[in-house]
Design a protein around this ligand. Structure first.
Ligand SMILES: [Mn+2]
Length: 340
Protein backbone atom coordinates (compact mmCIF):
# COMPACT_ATOMS: atom_id res chain seq x y z
CA UNK A 1 0.00 0.00 0.00
CA UNK A 2 1.20 3.47 -0.90
CA UNK A 3 0.90 5.41 2.36
CA UNK A 4 2.86 8.37 1.07
CA UNK A 5 0.44 8.84 -1.79
CA UNK A 6 -2.44 8.47 0.63
CA UNK A 7 -1.03 11.23 2.81
CA UNK A 8 -0.77 13.50 -0.24
CA UNK A 9 -4.36 12.75 -1.15
CA UNK A 10 -5.49 13.47 2.41
CA UNK A 11 -3.60 16.77 2.41
CA UNK A 12 -5.29 17.83 -0.82
CA UNK A 13 -8.82 16.87 0.25
CA UNK A 14 -11.22 18.98 2.23
CA UNK A 15 -13.75 16.68 3.91
CA UNK A 16 -16.07 19.55 4.78
CA UNK A 17 -16.38 20.79 1.24
CA UNK A 18 -18.26 19.71 -1.84
CA UNK A 19 -17.59 16.53 -3.72
CA UNK A 20 -15.47 16.24 -6.86
CA UNK A 21 -17.37 15.02 -9.91
CA UNK A 22 -15.32 11.87 -10.39
CA UNK A 23 -15.30 11.04 -6.69
CA UNK A 24 -15.48 7.51 -5.34
CA UNK A 25 -17.63 6.11 -2.57
CA UNK A 26 -18.55 8.65 0.16
CA UNK A 27 -17.23 11.29 -2.24
CA UNK A 28 -13.65 10.21 -1.48
CA UNK A 29 -10.74 10.55 -3.92
CA UNK A 30 -8.67 7.48 -2.95
CA UNK A 31 -7.21 5.08 -5.50
CA UNK A 32 -7.01 1.37 -4.71
CA UNK A 33 -3.31 1.39 -3.85
CA UNK A 34 -3.77 4.23 -1.34
CA UNK A 35 -6.65 2.65 0.50
CA UNK A 36 -6.43 0.62 3.67
CA UNK A 37 -10.08 -0.32 3.25
CA UNK A 38 -11.49 -1.78 0.06
CA UNK A 39 -15.23 -2.03 -0.38
CA UNK A 40 -15.90 -4.85 -2.80
CA UNK A 41 -19.33 -4.87 -4.45
CA UNK A 42 -20.77 -8.22 -5.56
CA UNK A 43 -23.99 -7.50 -7.51
CA UNK A 44 -25.34 -11.05 -7.37
CA UNK A 45 -28.78 -12.47 -6.58
CA UNK A 46 -29.19 -15.44 -8.87
CA UNK A 47 -30.88 -17.73 -6.34
CA UNK A 48 -33.03 -15.28 -4.37
CA UNK A 49 -36.30 -16.85 -3.31
CA UNK A 50 -38.72 -13.97 -2.77
CA UNK A 51 -38.04 -10.50 -4.11
CA UNK A 52 -35.36 -9.25 -6.52
CA UNK A 53 -33.31 -6.07 -6.31
CA UNK A 54 -30.37 -6.75 -3.98
CA UNK A 55 -28.01 -7.03 -6.97
CA UNK A 56 -28.52 -3.26 -7.22
CA UNK A 57 -27.76 -2.77 -3.52
CA UNK A 58 -24.15 -1.70 -4.16
CA UNK A 59 -25.32 0.85 -6.76
CA UNK A 60 -27.89 2.30 -4.34
CA UNK A 61 -25.28 2.50 -1.58
CA UNK A 62 -22.70 4.14 -3.85
CA UNK A 63 -25.25 6.67 -5.13
CA UNK A 64 -26.40 7.60 -1.62
CA UNK A 65 -22.91 7.61 -0.10
CA UNK A 66 -21.67 11.18 -0.89
CA UNK A 67 -24.41 12.74 1.26
CA UNK A 68 -22.70 11.50 4.46
CA UNK A 69 -20.73 13.87 6.61
CA UNK A 70 -17.31 12.29 6.87
CA UNK A 71 -16.74 13.00 10.55
CA UNK A 72 -18.27 10.03 12.35
CA UNK A 73 -19.84 10.48 15.79
CA UNK A 74 -18.24 7.29 17.15
CA UNK A 75 -15.14 6.73 15.07
CA UNK A 76 -14.08 10.22 13.96
CA UNK A 77 -12.14 10.59 10.72
CA UNK A 78 -12.70 7.12 9.29
CA UNK A 79 -12.09 8.43 5.77
CA UNK A 80 -8.40 9.04 6.47
CA UNK A 81 -7.74 5.28 6.32
CA UNK A 82 -8.43 5.57 2.61
CA UNK A 83 -11.59 3.86 1.34
CA UNK A 84 -11.91 2.62 -2.23
CA UNK A 85 -14.90 1.07 -4.03
CA UNK A 86 -13.33 -1.74 -6.05
CA UNK A 87 -15.40 -2.23 -9.19
CA UNK A 88 -12.96 -4.14 -11.43
CA UNK A 89 -15.14 -7.25 -11.72
CA UNK A 90 -18.54 -5.71 -11.23
CA UNK A 91 -19.50 -5.55 -14.91
CA UNK A 92 -18.82 -9.26 -15.50
CA UNK A 93 -20.57 -10.33 -12.34
CA UNK A 94 -23.62 -8.19 -13.09
CA UNK A 95 -23.79 -9.55 -16.63
CA UNK A 96 -23.62 -13.15 -15.47
CA UNK A 97 -26.20 -12.41 -12.78
CA UNK A 98 -28.55 -10.89 -15.36
CA UNK A 99 -28.15 -13.90 -17.64
CA UNK A 100 -28.67 -16.50 -14.95
CA UNK A 101 -31.37 -14.86 -12.88
CA UNK A 102 -34.23 -15.50 -15.37
CA UNK A 103 -33.18 -19.17 -15.63
CA UNK A 104 -33.14 -19.60 -11.86
CA UNK A 105 -36.41 -17.72 -11.56
CA UNK A 106 -38.12 -20.03 -14.06
CA UNK A 107 -36.75 -23.01 -12.20
CA UNK A 108 -38.06 -21.73 -8.84
CA UNK A 109 -41.49 -21.01 -10.37
CA UNK A 110 -41.67 -24.53 -11.75
CA UNK A 111 -40.77 -25.92 -8.29
CA UNK A 112 -43.47 -23.78 -6.70
CA UNK A 113 -46.02 -25.10 -9.15
CA UNK A 114 -45.19 -28.62 -8.04
CA UNK A 115 -42.87 -29.51 -10.90
CA UNK A 116 -39.87 -31.74 -10.24
CA UNK A 117 -36.35 -30.35 -10.03
CA UNK A 118 -34.76 -30.04 -13.48
CA UNK A 119 -31.37 -31.45 -12.68
CA UNK A 120 -29.52 -29.90 -15.61
CA UNK A 121 -30.76 -26.38 -14.88
CA UNK A 122 -29.96 -26.84 -11.22
CA UNK A 123 -26.42 -28.07 -11.78
CA UNK A 124 -25.83 -25.23 -14.27
CA UNK A 125 -26.84 -22.65 -11.64
CA UNK A 126 -24.92 -24.37 -8.85
CA UNK A 127 -21.80 -24.46 -11.02
CA UNK A 128 -22.11 -20.73 -11.82
CA UNK A 129 -22.59 -19.90 -8.12
CA UNK A 130 -19.52 -22.00 -7.32
CA UNK A 131 -17.54 -20.05 -9.91
CA UNK A 132 -18.70 -16.76 -8.42
CA UNK A 133 -17.55 -17.95 -4.99
CA UNK A 134 -14.15 -18.85 -6.46
CA UNK A 135 -13.83 -15.44 -8.12
CA UNK A 136 -14.70 -13.66 -4.87
CA UNK A 137 -12.21 -15.84 -3.01
CA UNK A 138 -9.33 -15.15 -5.41
CA UNK A 139 -10.04 -11.39 -5.59
CA UNK A 140 -10.23 -11.19 -1.79
CA UNK A 141 -7.05 -13.25 -1.41
CA UNK A 142 -5.09 -10.84 -3.63
CA UNK A 143 -6.52 -7.78 -1.87
CA UNK A 144 -5.64 -9.26 1.53
CA UNK A 145 -2.15 -10.13 0.27
CA UNK A 146 -1.70 -6.51 -0.76
CA UNK A 147 -2.49 -5.48 2.82
CA UNK A 148 -6.04 -4.21 2.36
CA UNK A 149 -8.95 -4.76 4.68
CA UNK A 150 -12.15 -5.71 2.90
CA UNK A 151 -15.80 -4.89 3.34
CA UNK A 152 -17.81 -6.97 0.88
CA UNK A 153 -21.02 -5.32 -0.32
CA UNK A 154 -23.79 -7.65 -1.56
CA UNK A 155 -25.80 -8.71 -3.40
CA UNK A 156 -27.76 -11.41 -1.64
CA UNK A 157 -26.39 -13.11 1.46
CA UNK A 158 -24.69 -15.87 -0.54
CA UNK A 159 -22.05 -13.41 -1.80
CA UNK A 160 -19.50 -13.38 1.09
CA UNK A 161 -18.77 -17.14 1.15
CA UNK A 162 -15.61 -16.90 -0.99
CA UNK A 163 -14.39 -14.00 1.16
CA UNK A 164 -14.92 -15.99 4.36
CA UNK A 165 -12.98 -18.88 2.76
CA UNK A 166 -10.11 -16.49 1.97
CA UNK A 167 -10.08 -15.30 5.60
CA UNK A 168 -10.14 -18.88 6.90
CA UNK A 169 -6.86 -19.50 5.08
CA UNK A 170 -5.23 -16.68 7.07
CA UNK A 171 -6.95 -17.00 10.47
CA UNK A 172 -7.23 -20.35 12.17
CA UNK A 173 -9.92 -19.41 14.70
CA UNK A 174 -12.57 -16.76 14.33
CA UNK A 175 -16.18 -16.08 15.11
CA UNK A 176 -18.86 -14.75 12.79
CA UNK A 177 -21.26 -12.18 14.20
CA UNK A 178 -24.36 -12.50 12.02
CA UNK A 179 -26.99 -9.77 12.27
CA UNK A 180 -29.98 -11.10 10.38
CA UNK A 181 -33.72 -11.79 10.45
CA UNK A 182 -33.08 -15.30 9.11
CA UNK A 183 -30.95 -18.13 10.43
CA UNK A 184 -29.45 -18.96 6.98
CA UNK A 185 -28.54 -22.45 8.21
CA UNK A 186 -30.23 -24.52 5.50
CA UNK A 187 -28.32 -27.28 3.83
CA UNK A 188 -29.10 -26.00 0.30
CA UNK A 189 -32.39 -24.25 -0.44
CA UNK A 190 -34.66 -25.10 -3.38
CA UNK A 191 -31.73 -27.26 -4.52
CA UNK A 192 -29.33 -24.30 -4.62
CA UNK A 193 -26.15 -25.24 -2.78
CA UNK A 194 -24.97 -21.61 -2.57
CA UNK A 195 -28.28 -20.08 -1.56
CA UNK A 196 -28.56 -16.93 0.57
CA UNK A 197 -30.49 -19.18 2.97
CA UNK A 198 -27.46 -21.49 3.33
CA UNK A 199 -24.67 -18.96 3.88
CA UNK A 200 -24.03 -19.76 7.55
CA UNK A 201 -24.34 -23.51 6.95
CA UNK A 202 -21.70 -23.13 4.23
CA UNK A 203 -19.49 -20.82 6.30
CA UNK A 204 -19.47 -23.25 9.25
CA UNK A 205 -18.55 -26.06 6.85
CA UNK A 206 -15.29 -24.28 5.91
CA UNK A 207 -13.62 -25.14 9.22
CA UNK A 208 -14.43 -26.60 12.64
CA UNK A 209 -12.64 -23.57 14.09
CA UNK A 210 -15.27 -21.07 12.95
CA UNK A 211 -18.02 -20.24 15.45
CA UNK A 212 -21.24 -18.34 14.86
CA UNK A 213 -23.14 -15.83 16.97
CA UNK A 214 -26.52 -14.97 15.46
CA UNK A 215 -28.43 -11.86 16.53
CA UNK A 216 -31.95 -10.70 15.67
CA UNK A 217 -33.13 -14.02 14.23
CA UNK A 218 -36.90 -14.17 13.83
CA UNK A 219 -37.63 -16.40 10.83
CA UNK A 220 -36.31 -19.95 10.68
CA UNK A 221 -37.32 -23.54 9.93
CA UNK A 222 -37.63 -26.49 12.32
CA UNK A 223 -34.46 -27.98 10.86
CA UNK A 224 -32.58 -24.73 11.42
CA UNK A 225 -33.84 -24.61 15.03
CA UNK A 226 -32.53 -28.13 15.59
CA UNK A 227 -29.18 -27.15 14.12
CA UNK A 228 -28.96 -24.13 16.46
CA UNK A 229 -29.71 -26.34 19.45
CA UNK A 230 -27.40 -29.20 18.51
CA UNK A 231 -24.37 -27.41 17.11
CA UNK A 232 -22.20 -26.18 19.99
CA UNK A 233 -20.47 -23.73 17.65
CA UNK A 234 -23.68 -21.73 17.23
CA UNK A 235 -25.14 -19.25 19.72
CA UNK A 236 -28.42 -17.64 18.71
CA UNK A 237 -29.94 -14.49 20.19
CA UNK A 238 -33.51 -14.53 18.86
CA UNK A 239 -35.20 -11.22 18.18
CA UNK A 240 -38.22 -12.18 20.32
CA UNK A 241 -36.04 -13.10 23.31
CA UNK A 242 -34.03 -9.87 23.02
CA UNK A 243 -37.20 -7.74 22.89
CA UNK A 244 -38.99 -9.65 25.66
CA UNK A 245 -35.99 -9.30 27.96
CA UNK A 246 -36.00 -5.58 27.15
CA UNK A 247 -39.74 -5.32 27.93
CA UNK A 248 -39.00 -6.91 31.31
CA UNK A 249 -36.36 -4.29 32.03
CA UNK A 250 -33.10 -5.80 30.80
CA UNK A 251 -30.99 -3.15 29.12
CA UNK A 252 -29.70 -3.46 25.57
CA UNK A 253 -26.30 -2.62 26.97
CA UNK A 254 -26.23 -5.74 29.17
CA UNK A 255 -27.57 -7.88 26.32
CA UNK A 256 -24.85 -6.58 24.02
CA UNK A 257 -22.27 -7.52 26.63
CA UNK A 258 -23.61 -11.09 26.59
CA UNK A 259 -23.57 -11.19 22.79
CA UNK A 260 -19.96 -9.99 22.59
CA UNK A 261 -18.95 -12.43 25.33
CA UNK A 262 -19.81 -15.36 23.01
CA UNK A 263 -17.30 -14.19 20.38
CA UNK A 264 -13.63 -15.23 20.22
CA UNK A 265 -10.76 -12.73 19.84
CA UNK A 266 -11.09 -12.48 16.06
CA UNK A 267 -14.46 -11.53 14.62
CA UNK A 268 -15.97 -11.36 11.14
CA UNK A 269 -19.22 -9.36 10.94
CA UNK A 270 -21.89 -10.43 8.47
CA UNK A 271 -24.64 -7.82 8.42
CA UNK A 272 -27.83 -8.69 6.56
CA UNK A 273 -29.81 -5.47 6.07
CA UNK A 274 -32.99 -7.37 6.98
CA UNK A 275 -31.67 -7.65 10.54
CA UNK A 276 -32.84 -4.04 10.82
CA UNK A 277 -36.53 -3.24 11.22
CA UNK A 278 -38.27 -3.20 7.82
CA UNK A 279 -38.78 0.57 7.71
CA UNK A 280 -34.98 0.74 7.33
CA UNK A 281 -34.79 -1.97 4.66
CA UNK A 282 -38.22 -2.17 3.04
CA UNK A 283 -36.87 -3.11 -0.42
CA UNK A 284 -34.69 -5.96 0.87
CA UNK A 285 -35.16 -9.47 -0.53
CA UNK A 286 -37.07 -11.01 2.37
CA UNK A 287 -38.25 -8.39 4.90
CA UNK A 288 -39.57 -9.55 8.31
CA UNK A 289 -41.32 -7.44 10.97
CA UNK A 290 -39.30 -6.87 14.13
CA UNK A 291 -35.56 -6.28 14.04
CA UNK A 292 -33.25 -3.55 15.23
CA UNK A 293 -33.39 0.19 15.18
CA UNK A 294 -30.39 1.82 13.52
CA UNK A 295 -29.12 2.98 16.91
CA UNK A 296 -29.41 -0.50 18.44
CA UNK A 297 -27.38 -2.00 15.61
CA UNK A 298 -24.76 0.76 15.77
CA UNK A 299 -24.52 0.38 19.55
CA UNK A 300 -23.72 -3.31 19.08
CA UNK A 301 -21.04 -2.54 16.49
CA UNK A 302 -19.49 0.22 18.59
CA UNK A 303 -19.40 -1.93 21.72
CA UNK A 304 -17.85 -4.77 19.71
CA UNK A 305 -15.11 -2.42 18.55
CA UNK A 306 -14.61 -1.13 22.11
CA UNK A 307 -14.29 -4.70 23.39
CA UNK A 308 -10.84 -4.82 21.78
CA UNK A 309 -11.63 -7.81 19.60
CA UNK A 310 -9.95 -7.80 16.20
CA UNK A 311 -12.35 -7.23 13.31
CA UNK A 312 -10.85 -9.31 10.50
CA UNK A 313 -13.48 -8.46 7.91
CA UNK A 314 -17.12 -7.75 7.25
CA UNK A 315 -19.89 -7.84 4.71
CA UNK A 316 -23.08 -5.85 4.34
CA UNK A 317 -25.62 -7.65 2.19
CA UNK A 318 -29.27 -7.75 1.07
CA UNK A 319 -29.60 -3.96 0.64
CA UNK A 320 -32.66 -3.43 -1.55
CA UNK A 321 -32.92 -1.51 -4.80
CA UNK A 322 -34.35 1.70 -3.35
CA UNK A 323 -32.97 5.11 -2.46
CA UNK A 324 -33.82 4.95 1.24
CA UNK A 325 -32.37 1.45 1.63
CA UNK A 326 -29.21 2.72 -0.04
CA UNK A 327 -29.07 5.68 2.33
CA UNK A 328 -29.40 3.52 5.44
CA UNK A 329 -26.85 0.99 4.21
CA UNK A 330 -24.35 3.67 3.14
CA UNK A 331 -24.37 5.02 6.68
CA UNK A 332 -24.06 1.55 8.14
CA UNK A 333 -21.22 0.78 5.75
CA UNK A 334 -19.24 3.88 6.75
CA UNK A 335 -19.73 2.99 10.40
CA UNK A 336 -18.52 -0.55 9.69
CA UNK A 337 -15.38 0.85 8.04
CA UNK A 338 -14.74 2.51 11.40
CA UNK A 339 -14.56 -0.91 13.04
CA UNK A 340 -11.26 -1.76 11.31
MN1 LIG B 1 -29.29 -13.50 5.62
Amino acid sequence: MDKEKRNETIAGFDPDNSVATNAGIFGLPFALEESEIVLYPVPWEVTVSYREGTANGPYQIFTASPQLDLYDHHFGEIWKKGIHFFTAHVGDMAKLNNNLRPIAKKYIESLEQGGGAQKEVLSHINEACFQLKETVKSVCTSLLNEGHKIGLVGGDHSTPLGYIEALAERHEHFGILQIDAHADLRDAYEGFVYSHASIMHNALAISENISLTQVGIRDYSKGERERMENDTRITTFFDADIKEAAFAGKTWSSQVEEIIHTLPDKVYVSFDADGLCPDLCSATGTPVPGGFSFEQAVFLLVKLKESGKEIIGFDLNETGNAEWDGTVSARLLYKMCGMF
